[in-house]
Structures are given as C-alpha cells and as structure tokens.
Ligand binder design. Structure first.
Ligand code: SF4
Length: 704
C-alpha cells in the first residue's frame, strides 16, 4: 500500500510516498506532487525504511524502573504532578518539548501545561534552533512570520546563504537551488560562513568571515547601500520606520570597505563585490540558519539582515526576502501552537492585547475554567537553572534529549539527576535521557504517528500513520490527554483523533480575529471531517476567508503586522561572542550537523549506509593548527571546554579557518564514551530570544 506522508527530519518538510505491507515499511520515494520537494529526497529521507523496525523500541511504560500497565503509569504521572503542585505551587511543574512532535501533540501539551496546570514553564528544544529568528521577525514585522517560500530561491537573481550549510542540513533545498542555477546562469549564489562547506560548490562568491562578525557585515552593507544611493526611499517612506536609527547605529563603526573587511577578516574586494551585488539587485533572498541564530546576539544578527532587505524594498516580491530555515521538521508547528515559554497559544503572546482572556474563554468548558499564567515562563537554559535551584521539581520531557543538546550539558545532567520527578516520553530504548527518568512513557514514532507538521515555508503537511505502534507504545497526544483526564480535566481533553485537535487549534487561530490582525490564521481549515483531514493536501498559512487556498508569500502589499502596519528597522550594535578565548582555551569552537545523521542518532545510526558517511565523532582542524599542536590526521584528540571535554578523531582540513575547530552535535553516551558537544559550551544565551550561543565555544585541543 502506498501512502503520502512527510519526512520526519529537517525543516524542508519533503513529501514522501511510503510503501508498506501492513507490518513494515517496504520502501520510500519522494512525492512528486509535494511542492517542497517535487519527488526529490536526500540520503536521510531515502534511507527511512532502513531506520525503522520494532527492535530497540520502548514498548512498556515504566515507573521507578518497574514495568507497569498504562493505567498505573498515567495515574502515577497525574498523582505526582498534582502532589508536586500541591506542595510547591503551580510553577513547580514544567515541560520540555521538541520540534519532532506533531502540531497536534504540541497543542495538547501546551493546553495542559499553560491552560490547566497553570504553569508558564513549557519550552521546547526549538529554543536551540530558531528562537532568534522568531524574536527578530516579531521585532521587524510584528509577527513571527516567514515572508518567503522555496520558489523564491528559484526566482531570485541573488541568493545569499549565511550561516547555513544547505548542502548538508537542508539537502533538497540545496538541490533545488543548484538546479535553478543550472537553468538560470544569471542566478548568483553567495556563501557567507567561517567554514568552507559543500554548499560552496555552487557559490559564485565565498566570504569566510570571522565567527560572530555577521552583524558588522550587514550593518556595513546597510551603510554601503545608503552611501551608494541604493536605499528604496519610497518603500522606506511608505512601509517602514527606523531607517535613520538603524543607519546611525551602523555608522557608529567605521563603514569603509577596508575597516569592515578587517573586522570580518575577509578580502576587501570580495566584500565590496558582495555589497555591490546585493545593493544592485532587487530580487535577493538571504537564507540563514543556525550560524546566525545560535549566537548570544542572534536576534540582532537576524534583524541586521532584515534591515538590508527592508532598506532596499527587497521583500514581499517573488525572489526576495530574508528567509530563516528551521532545523527540525516541526519547529514551525511548535511556534504556531505556542510551544515556546514566552508564547501563550496560536501565535499570541502574554502581552498580546486581550490574549489571556481570549484563550481562557476559548478553553473554558461547561465545567472547567482554565487557569492561565499571567506572564511568560523560563526559556530552555533558564528552565534547567530553575530546576537546579529547586524551584521546578517536576519535568516532563517529550521526544528530545536535553542531556546532549543544551550548553554546559554536564551540569544539565547533574540537574536532571537531582530533579525529584523526571517523566520522559520517548520512542527508543537506547535514548540516554532515559537514565534520568522516574517514569518512562513509550511513544509512537514516525510511520505510526498521525497529524500535521509545518515546514520552513509555512507549509502545513500531513504526517500520516501507516503502521501500528509496537507493543504498548502510544501517541503523544493520547498520553497527554489521558494524564489530563486523570488530573480532572477530562472535559477539555476528550479527544479521540488528532483531527479533532487540529480542528480546535484551527478554530483558536481564528477566534476573535475578524480583523485579521493576527497573521497566523488557519480558520479556513476549520470543520474538516475525518476524511477531509486524512486527505488534507499541503497548504501554506494564512488560510482563511481572505486566502482560502493559502498564502505563498507574505507582505506583498507592504503592510505588516505591527499596530501601524509598518515594518521596523532595528538599530543594531554588533556584539562579539560571550564565550571569550583565553590562553587556556585559545580555539574558537563551531558546532553543527553532519549530512547523514539526525539529532542524537537514535534512528539514523540504524542504517549502515548512513553511518558510512561519518562513523565516529571527529574534530575538524586547520592544517597549521594541527602542526602547531603536533596532531596528525585521524589521530585521537581531546577538546576541553567550559564544562567538559570531548574525545574525537582529528580531521585535518583546509575548510577550517586558523584558530577554529568544528565538532558534530550528534554523538552521545549511547554511541560514544565522551563526545558530548554540549559539555564544551558555556551557557550564554541571546538576551532577547534565550537561544544559546552554540556556535561560539572556547576550547583547547591536545593529543590524547
Ligand atoms: Fe527529509 Fe530534509 Fe532530506 Fe527532505 S531534505 S528528505 S525533509 S531530511
């Protein structure tokens, strides 16, 4: 049987045709009708069938190390959460979610924690991925709204890739861009990245900038555009405010090409070429990812990019705009339901006028009134700090491993070990987060789960359940709803199918939004019956009475979601990384993904062909640094950082700048004795977004 569904890995959100025999998946191919990929798949997506199977799955709930039935497990979760809140207050309970969850799972979790447990402390691993992009969009546009779509990459005259190794991390998008370039030789690509990556194969111009100098570079570009008469004064006048302050801030530093080039450590003539190309083309897309976001000044960096687009009127047009690409398959869906701790629900924040009252009324039933918090909760790093201080005493983790991914991760592990109650919803028996769990809840996985995800271009797609979960594994939305029932909230969580949850979510987005002020509105998808939900074709939000077929591109009329309809240019004052280099730790650490692995490898490590690409943790280092440190290629070496060390095999590479090293993020205790990337990083975050500075560690390196 062939079923169309969506790939569970990166934020490209490719459509997949999965073939199964009722027992197991027998094959996958790209869905030719899906607008994200038109039949393409990358190596991870095409290996999906190799990574499934019932072996190694969690199949029975466990409480305090003992297997129990579901009723016992769910009742124990409810009793312990209730007891924790009774003894320590509502805010003593927290949740930590994941961009791997489906939107329906996310919605129910957000409703339970914020609506009925009344705690604001619900955050998500998407905080580590794109929180800075979210904060910048809100500052500039008044809403967390990605203006572009994938076709814009193909319609542009210039595509600027900043802090994005598209070839490895969003491979199908890279394939689309490469094909577009083959079709249109006039399409230019600029890659801005401290590392020479495979993405550079299609670059007409490469700027190997000093890590952390992005805001300086884009401030310099803004000043260059003003200097050369390349500001779109009509667009600025009609649709924006803040250009004068943004330019004043940019000009506080020397804006000569030579000075900017020196600060960014690139050749002046290359920098000037980039500035000239950007300033002289209208159809420019600047695509950025974790290299921009994972910074203690990530929000400012995103806004420095957006400033240049607004200043040139390069937005709201085919082939134009700032375009943040998410890492995870459903980071966007989590944002949409309010899964970040500073959000409430349906893109409403706590300070959105009338939002707390509106959501309270929407979630009220005949017998239940929710008790929403009155302000934001702790963002990821703060949340674990609060557990460490004993303020939060119960944590429910779903589909993620903060014991690998957070900065200062060894401290996070000590905090988890000391937390009085840790509940983990998880699919895989080898996930090393389970060692901290008092209660383990076996969850369903891709090919079993049923619901929706939203990709990086605001496209909502169905992820369809094809196979029954193994043993007693259950869907996340069901697990959360059953706990809610046992907490006395049955009437508000009486879901029998994810389609009912999606319908409620869609209704909330349009609830009291007749004016259309809230951009995230999918009220046009309200009222789908089971068959229509099952058959739902992918569609880009907003989907409402004004746009019943969805919306490919935002801000085409120059009107934004701010109170006065004008976009904001932000005065950005560049700041360097918070993690300082020193004599003891003289090397700048960069971190990231490898092409064929996903997150903590619980799934992708099952495929020998995926493991063939990079089979063990490694440390990429410049040849001269390797010489200075007496390191040979393939030799084992040790990195030492702020909160731990990392053992890996040296890869001597001209792709690195001198004084910088790169390590992959994937390996953890299940696959390697000591290769915890997060242990090398200090827990510095962006003050606005709370996103950790994961691209800018300070480390030492020595032979093992
Ligand atoms: Fe899956 Fe991303 Fe590859 Fe597409 S590009 S097949 S979504 S991993």
């Amino acid at each position: 049987m062939r079923v169309s569904t969506t790939c569970p890995y990166c934020g490209v959100g490719c459509g997949v045709i999965a073939t199964h025999d009722g027992q197991m998946l027998t094959g996958v191919e790209g869905d030719r009708d899906h607008p994200a990929n038109f039949g393409r798949l990358c190596v991870k997506g095409s290996a999906l069938a190799e990574t499934l199977g019932h072996h190694g799955r969690l199949t029975r709930p466990r409480v305090d190390g003992v297997e129990v039935d579901w009723d016992t497990a769910l009742s124990t979760v409810a009793e312990r959460l209730r007891a924790t809140q009774a003894a320590h207050g509502r805010e003593s309970v927290a949740g930590y979610l994941s961009g791997q969850l489906l939107t329906e799972d996310y919605y129910v979790a957000n409703k339970l924690f914020k609506g009925f447990l009344g705690t604001p402390h619900l955050d998500t691993n998407s905080r580590l991925c794109m929180a800075s992009a979210v904060a910048s969009y809100k500052r500039a546009f008044g809403a967390d709204a990605v203006p572009c779509n994938y076709e814009d990459l193909e319609e542009a005259e210039l595509v600027v890739l900043v802090g994005s190794n598209l070839a490895w991390n969003h491979p199908v998008l890279y394939q689309r861009l490469r094909s577009a370039k083959q079709r249109n030789p006039l399409l230019r690509v600029v890659v801005i990245d401290p590392r020479v990556t495979d993405t550079c194969e299609i670059a007409d111009l490469y700027l190997g900038i000093r890590p952390g100098s992005d805001a300086r570079l884009f401030n310099g570009l803004l000043a260059f555009m003003a200097e050369r008469g390349r500001l779109d004064r009509v667009y600025l006048e009609r649709h924006t405010q803040g250009i004068d302050d943004a330019l004043t801030a940019a000009r506080e530093d020397d804006c000569s090409i030579e000075a900017i080039a020196a600060d960014c450590d690139v050749a002046p003539e290359r920098l000037e070429t980039f500035f000239y190309w950007f300033a002289s083309q209208l159809h420019v897309v600047t695509l950025y990812s974790q290299g921009i976001n994972q910074s203690s000044s990530g929000t400012d960096k995103c806004n420095a990019i957006t400033n240049c687009h607004l200043a040139g009127g390069k937005l709201g047009l085919p082939g134009a705009g700032p375009f943040s690409i998410t890492g995870q398959p459903n980071a966007m869906g989590g944002r949409e339901v309010g899964g970040l701790a500073n959000q409430l629900a349906a893109h409403m924040d706590y300070h959105t006028p009338g939002a707390i009252d509106r959501v309270t009324r929407f979630w009220t039933t005949d017998t239940l009134t929710p008790s929403l918090p009155d302000g934001p909760g702790h963002k990821a790093v703060e949340l674990f700090d609060a557990i460490g201080r004993g303020e939060i005493r119960a944590l429910w983790i779903m589909a993620t491993n903060p014991g690998v991914s957070l900065p200062d991760v060894n401290r996070v592990r000590r905090i988890l070990a000391a937390c009085p109650l840790v509940i983990v919803s998880e699919c895989m028996a080898n996930a090393d987060i389970l060692q901290y769990a008092d209660i383990v809840l076996p969850a369903s996985s891709w090919s079993e789960k049923d619901g929706t995800v939203t990709n990086s271009e605001r496209r909502i797609s169905r992820q369809r359940g094809l196979l029954a979960p193994p043993g007693e594994a259950r869907h996340d939305w069901w697990i959360i709803s059953q706990v809610a029932n046992r907490l006395g909230f049955a009437e508000a969580f009486a879901y029998t199918h994810p389609g009912e949850i999606f319908d409620e979510h869609a209704r909330l987005t349009g609830f009291e939004n007749e004016s259309g002020n809230r951009l995230f509105d999918i009220s046009g998808l309200v009222g789908l019956d089971r068959a229509a939900y099952d058959a739902l074709k992918s569609i880009q939000w907003p989907v409402n009475a004004l746009a019943p077929k969805g919306t490919a591109r935002l801000f085409t009329d120059g009107r934004f979601a701010t109170p006065d309809g004008r976009a904001r240019l932000i005065a950005v004052r560049p700041r360097g990384p918070q993690q300082s280099l020193s004599a003891a730790r003289p090397l700048r650490l960069n971190t990231g993904r490898v092409r064929d692995q996903w997150h903590t490898m619980t799934r992708t490590a099952r495929s020998p062909r995926l493991m063939n690409h990079r089979s063990e943790p490694f440390i990429e280092v410049h040849p001269q640094d390797a010489d200075d440190l007496h390191l040979q290629d393939q030799q084992l070496a040790r990195l030492e950082g702020a909160g731990g060390d990392y053992l890996g095999r040296v890869r001597v590479s001209n792709a690195m700048r001198r004084g910088e090293v790169f390590v992959p993020m994937h390996w953890n205790d299940s696959f390697s004795g000591r290769a915890r990337m997060g242990g090398l990083l200090a827990a510095h975050v962006d003050p606005l977004s709370g996103q950790p500075e994961s691209k800018h560690g300070a480390v030492s390196l020595a032979p093992l």
